[in-house]
Ligand binder design. Structure first.
Ligand SMILES: [Zn+2]
Length: 202
């Protein structure tokens, strides 16, 4: 989903780009996160098939994003804004039944969910003209749901999701990233110290 405006305050969350393998954060070395970065960012050759899933990737439904990973490498869960709040059963399934213990949480630049509450007119008019909805139904639909979808700054949002999910699934490895739609690269998000939590939490 495309946002019409530019993102705000992304620079407030520290980013570590991955241009060479040395840029991968130490806590991710030897984990499926390192493999993800080597395949996607560094373009390392991938096997035709990975055989079994190594991780779950949670990302936005936005049409401009595509992961370069081997077939069968990862569960991929796509949702508006990459918000997992209403998708915990899917996450739990990938862990408990699928056998993964690593999760990449992808925010992305120019996300339409960042300030989706400002898109009311476009949303309502679009449903009327394209989907055949009445104005009343379209307005109710937007009003009832929009508060669950607005994420604010995407990088800050994924920092908050990472904290929340680390508490809920304490044995899993969660890694937050910012996907830049302009160059299709993943940057590692440096988690801010806990004492700044009030400054960065959604
Ligand atoms: Zn998005």
């Amino acid at each position: 989903m495309s946002a019409s405006g530019s993102e705000h305050r992304v620079e407030a969350v520290g980013l570590q780009p991955v241009v060479t393998a040395e840029d991968i954060l130490p806590e991710y070395r030897g984990t499926p996160i390192e493999k993800l970065l080597r395949y996607h960012n560094l373009g390392e050759p991938a096997p035709r098939s990975h055989g079994k899933p190594s991780m779950l990737v949670s990302m936005c439904m936005d049409h401009r994003k595509e992961l370069r990973v081997p077939n069968e490498f990862a569960y991929v869960l796509r949702s508006a804004g990459g918000n997992l709040r209403d998708s915990e059963f899917e996450l739990s399934y990938a862990v408990a039944v699928g056998g993964v213990s690593t999760v990449a949480l992808l925010a992305h630049t120019d996300c339409g969910m960042a300030h989706v509450s400002a898109k009311r007119t476009q949303f309502v008019d679009g449903l009327i003209s394209r989907a055949g909805w009445s104005r009343e139904d379209a307005e109710h639909h937007f009003t009832d749901a929009v508060h669950r979808y607005e994420i604010g700054d995407p990088a800050r949002f994924v920092v908050g999701e990472t904290r929340r999910l680390r508490k809920r699934y304490p044995a899993l490895l969660f890694a937050p990233f910012l996907y830049t739609v302009d160059d299709d690269h993943l940057a590692q998000i440096i988690m801010p110290p806990i004492d700044q939590e009030s400054a960065v939490g959604p």
